[in-house]
Design a protein around this ligand. Structure first.
Ligand code: ASP
Length: 320
């Protein structure tokens, strides 16, 4: 098993063995993250630029913590502090950042395809931290790590993803990853928020929340991606109606298995897609997802920078 790519752009590019390699390495880093001293010299002397041109709390912080725990130097560019607001194109910004010789650029942008564009244009590694409604590969990996720890595996398991599937990069990356690892995936939401062609990715669409969560091992709730819904576009009558039909609360939970796992990538809109009692209840693994985010991002940086191959070479030398 190995991962020999320069970049991590999307789950769609990955073979099953590459996904498993990333998860196995993350498992090792998860142990490190529980130790009193959490720093290793693995990426000493390497530089990571975080180029975040869309809001982020968990992803940005966990990428930064991940890089620092491996002793890399990190630099942040984003929002109003970048020259994007002065009219510079994304590619120009990226080429200028690359001229400073980072080893990795972690990028988040509202445009689908941004990470692929930079990965092609730049000699350094690029990691996708979310490109519009397209993909969020490290989110799907941290979700998979959380599920593997709780369920032991994916084969024969049913995962129901509920909400704004059409505008969610989390849904897309998860449908691809989970079906690739053998899980059954149901998607549920208003028909207007289920993208045409989702079945081609291996998911089954379901209209009613109660039917969708019945027998599911996992229910993953998603936020309505308001920032990607066109001004004036109406996908459902109003938030209260949406919440009544698609919100997970103690009442709807009665239809779920007692041992169901409830996930959410955050940020949670309490009282809209999920009630506080469910988000904080015994089913919830939402904070485990966040914890696993650091380990997965350590694994992603470790592999794209070829640290696994460097370590193996050192080991071969020592064995001679
Ligand atoms: N944090 C996730 C993302 O960046 C989910 C969300 O924003 O709803 O896609």
């Amino acid at each position: 098993m190995s991962f020999a790519r320069k970049d991590l752009v999307g789950i769609a590019d990955l073979e099953e063995h590459e996904i498993l390699t990333l998860l196995d390495t993350a498992e090792r880093f998860r142990e490190l993250n529980e130790r009193p001293i959490k720093k290793v010299p693995t990426l000493r002397g390497r530089s990571v630029i975080h180029l975040f041109l869309e809001p982020s709390t968990r992803t940005r912080t966990s990428f930064d913590i991940a890089a620092k725990r491996m002793s890399a130097d990190t630099f942040s560019v984003g929002g109003v502090t970048s020259s994007a607001v002065k009219g510079e194109t994304l590619l120009d910004t990226a080429r200028n950042l690359h001229a400073m010789r980072p080893d990795v650029i972690v990028v988040r942008h509202k445009m689908a395809g941004t990470a692929a564009l930079l990965a092609k244009a730049l000699p350094c590694s690029v990691i996708n931290a979310g490109d519009g409604f397209h993909e969020h590969p490290t989110q799907a990996l941290l979700d998979a790590l959380t599920l593997r720890q709780r369920l032991g595996g994916f084969e024969g398991r049913t995962v129901t993803i509920v909400g704004d599937i059409a505008h969610s990069r989390v849904a897309r990356s998860n449908v691809i990853l989970l079906t690739r690892l053998g899980a059954r995936v149901r998607v549920c939401g208003p028909r207007t928020l289920i993208p045409p062609g989702i079945e081609a990715l291996g998911a089954v669409a379901c209209d009613r929340l109660r039917d969708a969560i019945e027998d599911a091992d996992v229910v993953m709730m998603l936020r309505i991606q308001q920032e990607r819904i066109d001004q004036g576009g109406h996908y459902f009558p109003n938030t209260r109606e949406y919440s009544r039909l698609y919100g997970l609360n103690l009442d709807t939970m009665r239809r779920a298995r007692p041992d169901v796992l409830v996930m959410h990538p955050g940020p949670v809109n309490r009282g809209v897609e999920i009630s506080p009692e469910v988000a904080d209840g015994p089913w919830s693994v939402i904070l485990d997802q966040v914890t696993n985010g650091v380990a997965v991002r350590m694994s992603a940086m470790y592999h794209v920078m070829g640290a696994d191959r460097a370590e193996a070479a050192v080991q071969r030398g020592a064995d001679r």
